[in-house]
Design a protein around this ligand. Structure first.
Ligand code: ADP
Length: 415
């Protein structure tokens, strides 16, 4: 049958001029008609496709399956797109494969099913798509590389920041060190200035006492008044003792300031230690002052530095004596308390005004009621620092006009 006869002019026009390839296939799978686009798409000459089995336009590997699909379509024909979701491949006469897209339709002519395939060569589109996908993939790779670079840079930057922060810290520390040593130097200078002024002031009284007593001793000796000589010898001894005390305080402070005081710990026999302290104290007690030691003996095993401890005790007891009148009692208590030993020096002296108490351990501080009692305001500062060197602590309580108690607590074993 010559089907071209039944195609009217309009259809022919469309058929010929469509930009898609059109192939009409009959039931048996034979091509009955192909438009010029289809012919050139597959590389055949005019009318060469007519009468050819459709499967010749497919790569061999798809042909068997295609026959099956074609039959299925014939049983239930519906216009639709072919191969949705997968790529379709066609075969040119030259044997070259190329990607296509197909829409299917059908018609019945004189009882015969004719299937129409509208075919587009999507080689160019595929190429563009592939190129796009490739550049997308490349973009992803670039993005990943970029991300990695950013991370690397961030890491490097963080390292630089940390290094800079460390440098700043080090510089600050160095500045701090310089400032501290400058402060220290200033403090030492102040100390020296203070020493000169205190020494010139404090030394004047005992020195003039020595001078006048020495002249008097000479005079009494010449006059034969020997009974009066002893009194002035005692005055000279006391003045020299006072001078020695001031010098000792300055020496101790100097050593403390320079960090030159080393702890030499040893086992201390407390009975012997107390006797030594009692002996030291005799030289400073005023007329009629009573010094009592109450030692409960339960702290027999003490490891500490006896020289420093003796200095602490001597300072506190000297003060108790100095700031009490004649005939007053001074008591030294000593007892163990857990891993500590407690020394208490109690007096019945002038006490410390409440408003002065918070400054008591400051260097050069003297309470407002110290009047013309000789002193430099250094002793308690030294005592506190010595106590701390023995890992201990010092407190006091005092009632103005009634008396004071200084309490030193140190560990049984200094570290
Ligand atoms: P100094 O006795 O040389 O002045 P200290 O540092 O030993 O120096 O004492 C500081 C001040 O504390 C003294 O000037 C005094 O006012 C007061 N003080 C110390 N011990 C006693 C005490 N036992 N009773 C009353 N006041 C005291």
């Amino acid at each position: 049958m010559d089907f071209s006869v039944v195609i009217n002019e309009a259809f022919r026009e469309i058929f010929q001029s469509m930009s898609e390839g059109i192939i009409i296939v009959e039931d048996s799978g034979e091509i009955v008609l192909a438009n010029p686009v289809a012919e050139s798409m597959f590389g055949y000459k005019k009318t060469e496709l007519n009468g050819m089995p459709l499967e010749k336009l497919l790569p061999e590997r798809y042909r068997g399956r295609h026959v099956f699909l074609r039959r299925e379509f014939a049983n239930n024909p519906q216009p639709r797109r072919m191969g949705v979701g997968r790529d379709l491949t066609a075969l040119r006469k030259t044997g070259e494969e190329f990607p296509i897209e197909i829409s299917l339709s059908y018609t019945q002519i004189t009882g015969k099913l004719l299937v129409m395939a509208f075919i587009s060569d999507i080689t160019t589109r595929k190429k563009v798509e592939d190129a796009l996908r490739q550049s997308e993939e490349q973009l992803i790779v670039y993005a990943a590389e970029l991300e990695e670079k950013v991370q690397d840079r961030t890491k490097a930057l963080n390292k630089t920041i940390i290094r800079l922060e460390e440098e700043v810290k080090e510089r600050k520390k160095a500045e701090e060190d310089v400032r501290r040593s400058l402060d220290r130097e200033r403090e030492l200078n102040e100390l020296k200035t203070k020493f000169v002024s205190i020494a010139s002031h404090e030394f004047r009284t005992p020195l003039s006492a020595v001078m006048s007593s020495a002249s008097l001793v000479k005079k009494y000796k010449e006059n034969g008044e020997l009974s009066k000589v002893d009194k002035h010898v005692e005055r000279i001894k006391s003045a020299v003792h006072h001078l020695t005390q001031i010098l000792n305080d300055f020496l101790s402070l100097g050593k403390l300031e320079e960090g030159r005081v080393d702890i030499q710990s040893e086992n201390i026999d407390l009975d012997a230690f107390m006797s030594d302290v009692q002996e030291d104290v005799k030289a400073v007690l005023k007329e009629g002052q009573e010094f009592v030691v109450i030692f409960n003996g339960n702290a027999a095993n003490l490891d500490s530095d006896p020289r420093i401890l003796r200095n602490i005790m001597f300072n506190l007891i000297s003060n108790a004596s100095k700031y009490s009148g004649p005939h007053k009692k001074i008591t030294l208590y000593c007892s163990g308390l857990g891993d500590q030993i407690i020394f208490k020096v109690e007096d019945e002296g002038i006490g410390i005004p409440p408003e002065d108490q918070k400054h008591l351990f400051e260097r050069f501080f003297r309470a407002s009621n110290s009047g013309n009692i000789e002193g430099t305001g250094l002793g308690l500062n030294i005592v506190k620092r010595y106590t701390e060197l023995l890992n201990g602590g010092i407190t006091f309580n005092s009632e103005y006009g009634k008396g004071s108690t200084f309490i030193v607590s140190i560990p049984l074993a200094v570290k």
